[in-house]
Design a binder for this molecule. Structure first.
Ligand code: NAD
Length: 308
């Protein structure tokens, strides 16, 4: 696969699909990518939007290795990898995999980009469940190195190993999530912070913009260098995390308790009263985000820490 000429089918080419297509095309100069999507204007849409994702590479050389097709079977015949990022609907995923299975080579790796539908639910009607797993990106995948690899209990270890080898060869950072769980790991962490952030803004403790400023000038840069465990291990000095929890554990516990209580009191659930004010402040502060600027800065951060 990696090393030779890998053929990859991208099924569903929205935000994530185009970004993945760009990632394969730019990171592996030998691969061939075929895009399938049910959009009637697919070719025009790809021509218009894909070049924006192809950074620091010869566009023409990349696009020569790309084809756009209007039939699923045409996309998946003769490929080593089928990567699905169609609608986030169980019925779509359950119905699509058996069709893919019918037309793709028997040893093709089958990856779903889903943010939350485990492979063990998607594979319900498949004959061979051993090659399907979730490969969950952090948006945008052509910039973010992480890929959460989440096998179902029926996924074979060999398929997981081949998946890890592919991404490592491309210089990405796949992490295996050992058990299927709601939201996998990256979003569980991100949404825990989001909930606390919504709660603090809803209580009037801090504004949306100041909270973002706070994250960008503290946890943001810290976490690009070291995750929470490594960070607090450093924070504990020679005694590491054990010492940190001895020294600051009381405050840590108070924060957890206050957070539980505030979230309960403020009823910080999606669709509740707090939401209108938090969204109003966010709209007022940012209007429409310039994702090109976001991507350029994120790449510089990753380059600085040797992770691009
Ligand atoms: N957007 C994110 O931040 C993000 C991050 C990680 C994972 N994901 C996951 O990636 C998947 C796609 O998300 P997105 O944000 O790119 O969605 P999107 O709506 O931008 O793209 C979905 C694409 O699927 C196409 N489609 C619809 N029906 C189809 C069919 N039958 N066959 C093939 N293509 C079809 C649509 O035309 C569209 O282009 C979801 O499963 C989502 O959970 C999204």
């Amino acid at each position: 696969m990696a090393g030779g000429q890998t053929k990859i089918a991208i099924v569903g080419a929205g935000t994530i699909g185009l970004s993945f297509a760009a990632l394969h095309l730019t990171k592996d100069p030998n691969c061939k990518v075929t895009i399938f999507d049910t959009r009637p204007d697919l070719q025009q849409y790809v021509d218009q939007h894909l070049p924006g994702y192809l950074i620091d590479v010869d566009h023409e050389a990349c696009l020569k290795r790309l084809s756009v097709v209007s039939k699923l079977e045409e996309a998946v015949t003769d490929v080593a990898i089928v990567q699905e990022q169609g609608p986030e609907k169980l019925a779509f995923k359950v119905a699509t995999w058996p069709q893919i299975e019918l037309h793709a080579p028997a040893d093709a790796l089958l990856w779903s980009s889903t943010s939350g539908i485990p492979a063990s639910q998607q594979n319900r009607d498949m004959k061979d469940k051993s090659r399907l797993m979730v490969v969950h990106p952090f948006n945008p995948p052509h910039i973010m190195p992480i890929l959460e690899v989440v096998p179902s209990p029926e996924t074979s270890q060999a398929a997981v190993e081949r998946t890890l080898a592919y991404w490592r060869a491309l210089g990405r950072s796949p992490v295996v999530v050992k058990k299927e769980c709601t939201g996998f790991v990256a979003n569980r962490l991100a949404f825990a912070l989001l909930r606390e952030a919504c709660s603090l803004v809803a209580q009037g403790v801090v504004s949306v913009e100041d909270l973002d400023e706070l994250v960008q000038t503290s946890m943001g840069p810290r976490w690009a260098v070291a995750g929470p465990f490594k960070s607090y291990h450093a924070g504990g000095g020679e005694g590491g995390l054990t010492n940190f929890l001895e020294k600051i554990g009381g405050t840590t516990q108070s924060c957890w308790e206050a957070s539980d209580e505030d979230i309960r009191k403020g009823d910080i659930n999606v669709g509740k009263k707090w939401q209108a004010e938090v969204c109003r402040q966010t709209d007022e502060a940012y209007r429409v985000i310039d994702t090109a600027e976001r991507d350029t800065k994120t790449r510089k951060v990753l380059e600085a820490v040797g992770r691009s």
